[in-house]
Design a protein around this ligand. Sequence first.
Ligand code: AMP
Ligand code: ZN
Length: 474
Amino acid sequence: MYLYNSLSRKKELFVPNHPELVKMYTCGPTVYHYAHIGNLRTYIMEDVLEKYLRYAGYNVKRVMNITDVGHLSSDGDTGEDKMLKGAKREHKTVMEIAKMYTDAFFSDCAKLNIKRPDVVEPATNCIADYIHIVQTLIDKGYGYLAGGNVYFDTSKLEKYYVFNDFNAEDLDVGVREGVEEDTNKRNKNDFVLWFTQSKFEDQALKWDSPWGVGYPGWHIECTGISLKHLGEDMDIHCGGIDNAFPHHTNEIAQSEAYLGHKWCKYWMHVLHLNDAAGKMSKSKGEFLTVSLLEQKGYDPMAYRFFCLQSHYRKNLVFTWENLDNAVLAYNKLVDKIAALDPNAGGEVDKQMLWELKQRFMKGLDADLNTSLGITAVYDVLKAKTDDKTKLATIADMDQVLSLNLLEAAAKKREAAKQAEAAEEHDPEIEALLAARTAAKKEKNFAEADRIRDELKARGIEIIDTPQGPKWKRV
Ligand code: AMP
Ligand code: ZN
């Protein structure tokens, strides 16, 4: 498989550090609000990556943090803690907010068929791990104390901006518009490892540490949690593109300084879902959630389909019209699958299944091209083979796409059957149809027409077939 690596800015052949286990880490949600469908685009694409690796035969261990402390309003370590902001907004405690939005996040994930990672760790569970890492960084000369906080000294690194060639000035966290400069920092991009001093004195959760009572910076949690569960190296670290700087840049700085060697091999970044106003973001307050889509009558699977139709390294524009187009395409695909006979006899043609599977894998091997993966499903429908093989192949591919294709098709078949059954068993209409047939037999055409008109007035259309009259609602 070829995967675009943000570190090298190239598509690279994926070769895990240890052939027996792929270690994967995903930055989890900051649980101060509902996840919006932009966040969920990132989690859908990461889910596809994990499932595809498993499908391709790898054993995968995937770890995800839950940010329930330390993520300040600005990614540059200033402003109020987002969790505290959420708690104030809803007149609840920080822990109540964390539980409520963590549960809501996993409920949204379930609706979108996003598998729960093998390990899910709230940041507040691993304080001792962070303290140990921060102390080691101080001992090694990478961390310093200033104004009561512990900072990471980015000037100690040979290369700090690992993901891009941007002008360092443009990226200086301390001088970005709307962000106050922290005068304790030796260098503008130094970042906080541990806070004991903050302008916001009412910080809800605090822990004892060698540097005073305080709380961890945002970036240290991903280093601590990944080292705890994945050890000293990892294969793939994922997140949305906004995480590349400063979050992932800082994660690499502190992890490699702590370990003394390279940490993660591949960095995968999902581009943003944008709406008409630009990037969808929680802090803007108004955003779309899965529940809102459902309230408007959209099946969450149609949103997953919408995401899979585009490549993860392109910005995706959300409009209702674009989503409606995805709904149409998804329904059409399901209709075609519903037309296959689920009771077809015979054996699955294994050779054909293998050939069709190769097309699917070719698409996903090309930097997770999910739209080619969907095209491969259409190829199955067009293939010259029996329904049993087609259904088995689609079920196989849907292990990765997770679009509920067979379940949705079965539901459609069932609904059609029930509609048919309901119509066939309306005794009143059947009695009228029988009376019309009798009238026709007696050549009483006036009575036959009268019955037809009466049914028509009630929205029933008669269809004369060789097996006798049938009817449908119009
Ligand atoms: P957060 O809950 O803000 O920490 O973000 C959770 C994940 O969603 C991170 O991986 C972000 O990079 C990602 N993300 C944030 N905004 C968007 C967006 N508009 N489109 C796609 N991913 C996003
Ligand atoms: Zn992270």
